[in-house]
Ligand binder design. Sequence first.
Ligand code: 3PG
Ligand code: MG
Length: 398
Amino acid sequence: MSKLKALDENLKLTNKKIILRVDLNVPIIGSKVTDKSRINKIIPIIKEFTNRKAKVILISHLGRPKGKIDENLSLKPIAPILENLLNSKVYFSNESYGSKVVEKSNKIKSGEVLLLENIRFHKEEETNDKSFAKELSRIGDIYVNEAFSCSHRAHASVCEITKHIDSYAGKLLTEEVNAINMLTNKAEKPVSCIIGGSKISTKIDILTNLAKKIQTIIIVGAMANNFIKYKGFNIGKSLFEKNQEDLLTDIIKKCEENNCNLVVPEDVIVAKSYESKAKLKSLNEVDDTDLILDIGKNTVNKIYNIIDKSKTILWNGPAGYFEIEKFATGTNKIANKINENTKNKSLTSIAGGGDTVAAINKSGCTDGFTYISTAGGAFLELLEGKILPGIKVLEKNE
Ligand code: 3PG
Ligand code: MG
């Protein structure tokens, strides 16, 4: 099914230097990684290469340093974690490219790993710069992309590099693209999408495109605050994005035109601060000092109903501030309901996004989901039917 270039399983890799683009963009507080899903996921792939006696050079970004060195966004704390999980030597390079890195990559032994510093410390990464990509390509003999979650970015270590070195789509990346494409292309109707997250402006395209294709869109999370405010209710001190009224009008219009049911919260869980007591309120009870931090029980019931009637559910974005248990109820209930319906009622369910995966893992409801993708933006863009630049460059020329 795949049109992507795969590395020959029987190719001799002894002493070959493999540049492996991975996504180590993990949540870090201080120097502690709070969710290791993305790291755990790539361990078997790195092991496969080290077992085949290759030298593995890892390239990744962390956060959005915007082309400048930011010590808080160094990948250095990841090296010992990798070393521990891999049980083989992992070196760290303070530099991401250049002669010293080439020298280091030559020096490491076969079966060893070299992790390079955050590639986004260099502005040329995000501008997809040709000479920068050429420099990067000098570090290895073969390039493999295992970072599906950043393949919607036309960046040097994802796109331009493939023009200068023998390049392949990694196994996980291929599996992920195939799974999402297959599940969404043959998606049985009614299809419902639960969308959360904080920024409505970054989801406008996906929402207007989905409105044309699916039967129900459910808006949750901080994004829903915009809709609640738009409807004329007070949202107190809650997070929301300013000056988005035109955008909201547009989404509502697109949903109406396409007969897509747009659902927003009817009741909410509020608190005066993250530390204070959580309280259930109807929308007209929210006051100036409230923070909306989760959906309420009527909203949960409404979502249950929709899930029961759906044959396919797509989910991106938690329902509330799930990192704090008292605001995780809505998210946990949605996770549990989707999980159970997938197991018992032949629902097809696909979830994606760093936070969503962390929330589902935290809820413990993972055994039923048809597919869980660690990718957020890339997952949404693929659902939307967009061609991802990092995937396109790895297609076979037939
Ligand atoms: C992600 O976490 O979504 C990916 O690592 C891509 O990061 P970005 O949104 O900063 O490009
Ligand atoms: Mg992102």
